[in-house]
Design a binder for this molecule. Sequence first.
Ligand SMILES: NC(=O)c1ccc[n+]([C@@H]2O[C@H](COP(=O)([O-])OP(=O)(O)OC[C@H]3O[C@@H](n4cnc5c(N)ncnc54)[C@H](O)[C@@H]3O)[C@@H](O)[C@H]2O)c1
Length: 315
Amino acid sequence: MRLLITGGAGFIGCNFVRHILEEHSDYEVVVLDKLTYAGRMENLEEIMDNITFVRGDICDKSDVDKALMNCDAVVNFAAETHVDRSITEAGSFIRTNVLGTHTLLEAARTSGLEKFVQIGTDEVYGSASSGSFSESDPLNPSSPYSASKAGADLLARAYFTTYNLPVSITRSSNNFGPYQYPEKLIPFFILRAMIGEKLPVYGSGENVRDWLYVRDNCAAIDMVLHKGKSGEIYNIGGSHELTNMAITRMILSHLKKPESTIEHVADRLGHDFRYSVDSRKIRGLGWRPKRSFEDALRDTLQWYMENEEWWSGLL
Ligand SMILES: NC(=O)c1ccc[n+]([C@@H]2O[C@H](COP(=O)([O-])OP(=O)(O)OC[C@H]3O[C@@H](n4cnc5c(N)ncnc54)[C@H](O)[C@@H]3O)[C@@H](O)[C@H]2O)c1
């Protein structure tokens, strides 16, 4: 199989490229990435000889046509992803996440693909006051980021219904692990704590997120790529819900830093209180998270401690 992975120089994308090379050594992997601030060649450095890298924009038809040539399947990770940035500048989110996904779908429509996996997010459901969202629940996004991802999901779904493009969609909870850009909570707090800076917690810090180790998400996406039904959506949850305060305390305790470094700051605008998805459908395909949260967090901390040259200058 020749597989196009868009956004493969970003956090989840570069972990997924590694997963595919390890699990499917006969696959040809093509990466299409614009290399925004979040996409970095350093993320692919030691595997560059095993992939074809195309620097390009998913909004640009000629870049997409070039990367898609002779491919059998696409996994679309490329996106603007940071909620805070979407609150101050939504335009690039609408452009890449909606128009870019449309450009990819349109090119895919006539290229005879076996599968198109659209990477979505649990944030499209909005805040869960109780229980967990299933794939058939209505979309209720709160931020420009999640609204743009909901738009992408709906377009992808429409390309299945209208043109029979073999699309499956994943909606995962919050990922963590190596190569995550230190604007997201876990790496941001790990690095701030390591260098002795304050940890700015939004509001009371009682907001709840469900944490998923990135390599477990990669295994789930691989499963959807190979066993997912076209036209279907698959939630992927880590089944490990924690308040932001709880995870902050865990990071401080691992690094033996005092809780006095926690600083409560004004809450994020439109901050969803809790995300939670019901993952029974993907579990029905045989997927389970393999790593315990505690082990995966310890490994992630270790990775950031051992890779200072990767993150120095990014804070
Ligand atoms: N990180 C999470 O916790 C999480 C959770 C659920 C879903 N997701 C989704 O997973 C996907 C990957 O997330 P991530 O955390 O790895 O993001 P990231 O921000 O680390 O990486 C995004 C990648 O997309 C590339 N990119 C951005 N705009 C592009 C464009 N126009 N053309 C080509 N490439 C472009 C960037 O250069 C970067 O390599 C996204 O679609 C995101 O919405 C992420």
